[in-house]
Design a protein around this ligand. Structure first.
Ligand code: G4P
Length: 284
């Protein structure tokens, strides 16, 4: 990961989360809409049990619209509230506000019965590195970023952002690790750029991507690069892309690495199209 996780880090992050979670009513969990399962933390359901839950399918501008709908349904069936999001924009913020209130309806009702009115819902944002947590907090909090400071009964040092009269957000997001135990999860995380590229074999990665794209998004590569997808091996497609994009080194040799990096970059920035790398119904 950009963030290198070690057992010590993980224990500390988990302990912090356990502490913070006691203070809140709602967990706002960001996942990457291109890999909604692979970008989840393996322990979050256990950590967040007994809390209201909202999933934000973030970077949904980069993922397949049809797949976004499938994932929304899938999470909703599991009891989560879900909003598809591009965290850089503010256009879904009303929808998120409504989802928060809906997700916390029971708590609000309980408060009301006890005669407590207007106690804001408290929420925290969690997710793996780079999923868009800070971007979301900035967009959602906007100018309302006034910190409410320490409150009696709250662990010293905790800062709350008062979003409006009904919601307060813990200002530091919970950073959690993704799964490490499964190679295909690692591959998907690498493809979306969650891992440090220095540690990756980008040539291999690009071939995996080409294989996936020709199988699940036929036509995407031929449209982007004017290449034929009708080859036996993905390396032949990479070679054609290299020629088209002039990835040639001294001696007129194909520069595979340059072409590999180009394809990966263009995938990550959405230039090959809106693509989702896993669908509901696969192995969980
Ligand atoms: P984090 O706090 O969870 O670690 O993530 P952060 O907000 O820093 O976001 C990571 C990168 O993802 C940022 O790009 C941000 O602009 C981008 N990003 C966040 N939400 C969305 C979204 O919904 N759609 C798209 N397309 N991008 C999003 P960055 O800082 O410019 O990094 P990079 O893009 O140069 O890697």
């Amino acid at each position: 990961m950009n963030y290198q996780w070690y057992p010590g880090h993980m224990t500390k992050a988990k302990r912090q989360m356990q502490e913070d979670i006691r203070l809140i009513d709602l967990v706002i969990e960001l996942v990457d809409a291109r890999i909604p399962l692979s970008s989840r933390n393996p322990d979050i359901d256990e950590l967040g049990k007994n809390k209201a839950r909202l999933i934000l399918l973030n970077k949904s501008d980069l993922s397949d619209e049809n797949a976004n709908r499938q994932w929304s349904d899938w999470f909703q069936k599991k009891g989560f509230y879900v909003v598809e999001l591009d965290a850089r924009k503010r256009n879904r913020m009303n929808q998120i506000q409504s989802a928060i209130m809906e997700a916390c309806r029971e708590k609000i009702e309980r408060d009301r019965k006890r005669g407590i009115r207007n106690r804001p819902v408290r929420a925290m944002v969690v997710g793996i590195p780079n999923v868009g947590k800070s971007t979301f907090i900035n967009s959602f909090a906007g100018k309302a970023c006034a910190k409410t400071g320490n409150k009696p009964g709250v662990t010293k040092g905790k800062q709350w952002i008062r979003l409006n009269k009904s919601v307060e957000l813990l200002d530091t997001p919970g950073i959690l690790w993704p799964r490490f135990d499964d190679q295909s999860v690692g591959l998907r995380l690498a493809l979306i750029g969650s891992m440090n590229d220095d540690l990756l074999n980008t040539d291999e990665l690009s071939l995996e991507l080409i294989t996936y794209l020709t199988a699940h998004y036929p036509g995407a590569l031929s449209e982007r690069y004017q290449v034929s997808e009708d080859h036996d091996r993905p390396v032949e497609i990479l070679e054609e892309i290299a020629r088209k994009r002039n990835c040639i080194q001294k001696g007129n040799e194909i520069d595979y690495s340059k072409a590999a990096n180009l394809v990966i970059d263009e995938f990550r920035s959405g230039r090959i199209g809106r693509i989702t790398l896993e669908l509901p119904g696969g192995p969980e």
